[in-house]
Design a protein around this ligand. Structure first.
Ligand code: AMP
Length: 222
């Protein structure tokens, strides 16, 4: 099963993708994570992407589609993929069709997380992750149970994204509205779009996503 989680920055795509990974052994393909890793490693892709990401603009379609292709090639054929933060433009949506088809895969579901834009700046500027295992937290909504210690791995180091500031978030939202939201009709025409209320509590969002993908993913696992 291959699914896209679609929604503006801060909608909860990454969190819900992680939960799908834990529950169903699917693989999260986050172009944002891949790009951040490339920036950290100082690869040619990272060097080109760094300033663009810091401004909150979109990295080129060719770069992100190539990253997705490489990741898909590294996956066992039977493992499901969750596309998180990709595709973000019509050109990427077209590229994804080609990438999937060339690997004998097809897109099963597009899940749109609907959120109130006013809440997004708050959500994004408060978030941080464990530097060791990547578990997500939030200043207001989800602090580690033991202060300074990751609930999942016991790590003590946490980090924040440089582009999670109020100013960059506004550019990221504008990019979403202008370039990403318009790809929804492509998938609506195929009848594969499901909408989920991304303002509901995290567990309720997970339950709704489970209802949409759960049975099929469990059946595939056997
Ligand atoms: P994200 O982690 O998905 O919020 O992405 C962080 C940043 O990486 C974005 O603001 C873009 O600069 C870049 N990025 C991530 N995914 C894509 C994509 N599919 N297309 C273009 N740029 C991307």
């Amino acid at each position: 099963m291959n699914i896209i989680l679609l929604g503006p920055p801060g909608a909860g795509k990454g969190t819900q993708a992680q939960r799908l990974v834990e529950r169903h052994g699917m693989r999260q393909l986050s172009t944002g994570d891949m790009l951040r890793a490339a920036v950290k490693a100082g690869t040619p892709v990272g060097l080109r992407a760094k300033a663009v990401m810091e401004r909150g603009e979109l990295v080129s379609d060719a770069i992100v589609s190539a990253l997705i292709g490489e990741e898909l090639d590294a996956m066992p054929p039977g493992q499901g993929a969750i596309f998180d933060g990709y595709p973000r433009t019509a050109a990427q949506a077209e590229a994804l069709d080609v990438l999937l088809e060339g690997r004998g895969r097809h897109l099963d579901r597009v899940i749109e997380l609907e959120v109130d834009e006013d809440a997004l700046v708050d959500r994004i500027t408060g978030r941080f992750t464990c530097a060791t295992c990547g578990k997500g937290y939030h200043d207001k909504f989800e602090q580690p149970k033991l202060p300074g210690t990751c609930d999942r791995c016991g790590g003590h180091e946490f980090k924040r994204r440089p582009d999670d500031n109020a100013e960059t978030v506004r550019t990221r939202l504008a990019e979403y509205r202008a370039k990403t939201a318009p790809i929804l009709p492509i998938y609506e025409a195929r009848g594969i779009v499901w909408r989920v209320d991304g303002m509901a509590p995290l567990d309720a969002v997970t339950a709704e996503i489970e209802r949409i993908v759960g049975d099929e993913a469990a059946a595939e696992r056997g």
